[in-house]
Design a protein around this ligand. Structure first.
Ligand SMILES: [Zn+2]
Length: 292
């Protein structure tokens, strides 16, 4: 029993590492290469920040730039390899009770045309992540972990991936539920959705004064998301505003949107952010101690 427990964990971990190695060595199709994809998206958006900066006085290597690059590679690659093992274990546990990924399917995604599959996948996944994000702000013990992301004092694309490794775990249950409701599998071309989400997320944190005109009611954008990171919250929204991940529409529908004007120089952070440790390791260990 214990032997099979460790072999599921180990095989999944090794499998994920092998997958990333294949990415690095160009052994996967170029359009599914998340390693170079993430680097390419980062370089393009960093280039846009340098050529068209919104806050003109912000340095190219802004405060905590390298700290955030560290978070980016850790959260995107290393940690996801480690936790994939735990989810392989969960799945093998569920299967003993005859529960599998298809048990909760509301519809069969494969009956729809590919564009509709991808759109539905994108919208459903974005909504469950919006819900998780609201919870991260609403519950004290979750907020402690999410404070790492909100400790950013100067905003740039790489701040997108500054977050506590626990968030990888906390986002997973509802994301898995979303996939289960949609038939239990990701569409064949889901990488398009994943790359779109990375690009939109990078842009949301970039030093760019974009709103996308009338599409601001649909798509989250850097101007709107800066208010999400503002230290001063409006009185009527003590737990935060603008929780959108890729789409802003949920905040407009559920009345949590707040964009009074286009303001580049908001003070960022949260009350008490001076307590946040400044090192990479200390930030990943943060949040487990009892609140004083
Ligand atoms: Zn947040």
């Amino acid at each position: 029993m214990l032997g099979s427990f460790f072999s599921v964990l180990w095989e999944s971990f090794i499998g994920t590492l092998a997958y990333y190695k294949a990415n690095i060595l160009f052994e996967v199709p170029w359009y599914q290469n998340y390693f170079y994809g993430l680097i390419l998206i980062s370089l393009v958006i960093w280039g846009l920040e340098i050529v068209f900066p919104w806050r003109k006085n912000q340095q190219v290597f802004r405060k905590d730039f390298f700290l955030d690059l560290g978070h980016m590679f850790f959260n995107f690659f290393l940690f996801s390899a480690a936790i994939s093992g735990f989810y392989a274990l969960l799945e093998s546990g569920f299967s003993q009770f005859n529960i599998d990924m298809k048990s909760l399917a509301l519809l069969s995604l494969d009956q729809l045309p590919m564009v509709a599959q991808l759109l539905l996948f994108f919208v459903v996944l974005d909504f469950v992540q919006w819900t998780t994000h609201v919870a991260l702000h609403r519950f004290e013990w979750l907020w402690r972990f999410h404070q790492v992301h909100h400790s950013v004092k100067e905003m740039g694309f790489a701040a997108h991936f500054r977050y506590h490794w626990m968030e990888n775990i906390l986002y997973k249950p509802l994301k898995t539920l979303g996939v289960m409701l949609l038939g239990g599998f990701e569409p064949e071309q889901a990488y398009i959705v994943h790359f779109a989400a990375i690009t939109i997320g990078h842009l949301n944190h970039a030093n760019l004064g974009l709103t996308y005109g009338p599409f601001k009611y649909l798509l989250n954008n850097p101007v709107m998301h800066l208010y999400h990171h503002a230290k001063a919250l409006p009185k009527e929204h003590p737990f935060g505003v603008n929780f959108g991940i890729s789409l802003s529409v949920w905040d407009y529908l559920f009345r949590s949107s707040f964009v009074p004007r286009k303001e580049a120089h908001l003070e960022l952070g949260y009350e008490g952010d001076e307590q946040m440790p400044s090192s990479f390791v200390a930030q990943h260990l943060y949040g487990f101690k009892k609140m004083q």
